[in-house]
Write a protein that binds this ligand. Structure first.
Ligand SMILES: [Zn+2]
Length: 412
């Protein structure tokens, strides 16, 4: 087989194109492939597809292709231009590459596969592409995926806030809890933004939503009540957010008590913050006896922690009725604890009780989709390399959007 025929086959070129030259530069580990359009054929305007006259050849372009046995491989071509009576002079698209791409379709798909496995810097090292090129591939892949996406509102939604880059900036993710995908990324956590998500769908589609898991965050509640019919039976406050309220109350009690103790020279609560923040089963083995001893000491913090731990049992019930009875007993205990932060947390939970109890009907939380949260965690860990929020948003769609990212004609 001739080298030109080999590369004609490898590039998947149809009848209208042929490889005219292949140059191998062993010293520089490089292959240069020259492609030409076959002139003797019918031309069509790329806009209207009507027959058009050949006009000229555009300036030479170069595309990076998949390596050939470890040799960087480049495709070079001058793309023909046609002249149409309606659209004037237009350039024919290269069948081996997407518009304005520096890569062939196969190379772009390889970059997408690699970017799914590692971050942009790692992909750059493996493929020998720059950081900007890596982000450009992601940006184009996400734009393609979003354009192809069939917009429908999921039956089970999760509205989840995520802090961005450890600063007090938030993103809101709208997740499809059944597919385990992020449907929509909002740049804040406002009512307007969530309403703009809902408004993309007709009322009859919004009516088909079965349940929405969310934090007890007023703007999310207001947007959902306004635009999702029968929202009062569909909103489920996320159990992890609810227990976080109680955990934060424990932390406040600890802080106050620690201050009082330290004034008396008592250091018992020093270095214990993370013990009180943890759930029982997450206390590290080597601190268990220390923590057990602390709990024996009738500290206010110990009481607060026990009340918080008890609350977690609420979600173990099978029937809402039993959970309601449990909550009433817990509420009595919490509100008679004389621990102000705990009393406040209990009151907040009581106000929202109806939509805590909806959990027993729908059984959803934002942690329902384990894979999704671990992916987002990975993205956040890579986020130190993000120059801006747009990259963070793109990475979420790229890794979690469930989108068809590939350039067409390669994979779909
Ligand atoms: Zn035309």
């Amino acid at each position: 087989m001739k080298d030109t025929d080999l590369y004609t086959a490898l590039l998947g070129l149809g009848n209208g194109w042929r490889v005219t030259d292949v140059k191998l530069d062993v010293a520089n580990k490089r292959v240069d492939v020259r492609v030409e359009a076959v002139r003797d054929r019918e031309w069509a305007c790329p806009v209207c597809q009507q027959p058009a006259a050949f006009y000229d050849l555009a300036a030479e372009q170069t595309w990076r292709h998949l390596d050939t046995c470890d040799c960087r491989t480049y495709v070079h071509a001058r793309l023909p231009r046609t002249r149409c009576s309606q659209h004037n002079v237009r350039q024919i698209a290269a069948p081996w590459a997407g518009p304005r791409s520096q890569f062939t379709l196969l190379m772009e798909s390889r970059a997408i596969d690699t970017l799914k496995e590692c971050d942009v810097t790692g992909c750059g090292r493996l493929l020998g592409i720059s950081w900007d090129q890596g982000w450009h591939v992601i940006e184009k892949a996400v734009a393609r995926g979003l354009a192809r996406k069939r917009w429908r509102i999921p039956a089970y939604l999760g509205i989840d806030e995520k802090a961005f880059a450890k600063r007090h900036q938030y993103e809101t993710l709208v997740c499809d809890l059944q597919r385990g995908t992020v449907e929509y990324v909002m740049e804040d956590r406002s009512q307007d933004s969530l309403e703009s998500y809902y408004r993309q769908f007709a009322e009859k589609d919004r009516k088909a939503v079965k349940a929405v898991a969310m934090d007890m965050w007023d703007p999310y509640i207001a947007a959902t009540r306004r635009l999702v019919p029968e929202a009062q039976d569909k909103i489920v406050y996320d159990r992890y957010h609810a227990t976080r309220l109680a955990t934060e109350a424990v932390d406040k009690v600890r802080k106050q008590e620690h201050k009082v103790l330290m004034e008396q020279g008592d250091e018992r609560l020093k270095w214990t913050r993370y013990l009180w923040l943890a759930n029982q089963e997450n206390i590290p083995e080597w601190r268990r006896s220390e923590f057990a001893a602390l709990r024996q000491m009738s500290l206010r913090t110990g009481r607060a922690w026990a009340i918080k731990e008890a609350l977690r049992r609420f979600w173990d019930f099978t029937y809402a009725q039993n959970a309601r009875k449990f909550f009433q007993r817990w509420y009595f205990w919490a509100t008679h604890s004389k621990l102000r932060p705990i009393i406040q947390a209990a009151k907040t939970l009581k106000v929202h009780l109806a939509n805590l109890l909806t959990y027993f009907k729908h059984r959803i939380t934002n942690a329902t989709v384990e894979g999704l949260n671990s992916k987002i965690q990975m993205i956040k860990e890579m986020a130190c390399g993000f120059r801006n929020r747009n990259h963070y948003r793109l990475a979420i769609y790229f890794h979690c959007g469930g989108l068809n990212l590939y350039p067409c004609a390669v994979k779909s």
